[in-house]
Design a binder for this molecule. Structure first.
Ligand SMILES: [Zn+2]
Length: 143
């Protein structure tokens, strides 16, 4: 399949998919293409390279970064943030979601905590109105 950016003589732009370039030529010749805005059959390709359809791959991806020298400062800030968490918040490990709910619903002492939660857990917490944030890992923390 090929996607063409098309344009009618009135200047309305739109996009349409064709089996191949010959299919476009044939439909255009037979007047089968019509502008969705004004219905004009005088439609031409816009001057643009056609995009080829590729199967969309949905893979689970994590945010990643390659750090250059300029990013060293951001990395240091992130390291300081990690240190701040360790100094000021309690590590509740994999019990994070449970503990966060207890704090939110007043079942235990209110205090800053950190730990591990799956993406689904974090989303569920946020939906319950319990604000949690993902803490970016430092590359050397991944072991
Ligand atoms: Zn038009």
């Amino acid at each position: 399949m090929i996607r063409y950016a098309l344009q009618c003589t009135a200047g309305h732009g739109f996009e349409s998919w064709f089996r191949d370039s010959a299919a476009f030529e044939e439909q255009a010749e037979r007047g089968l293409l019509a502008c969705p805005q004004c219905g004009s059959a005088k439609v031409e390709k816009q001057v643009m390279a056609p995009a080829v359809a590729v199967k969309e791959e949905r893979t689970k991806a994590q945010p990643v970064a390659m750090l250059g020298e300029k990013e060293a400062q951001a990395r240091a800030m992130l390291r300081a943030f990690h240190q701040h968490l360790r100094d000021n918040a309690q590590d509740v490990g994999i019990g994070f979601a449970e503990e966060a709910r207890k704090i939110h619903y007043g079942e235990t002492e209110e205090r800053p905590i950190y730990g591990q939660a799956s993406e689904e857990d974090a989303r569920a917490l946020n939906e319950e109105g319990i604000e949690v944030m993902a803490v970016p890992l430092l590359p050397d923390d991944r072991n």
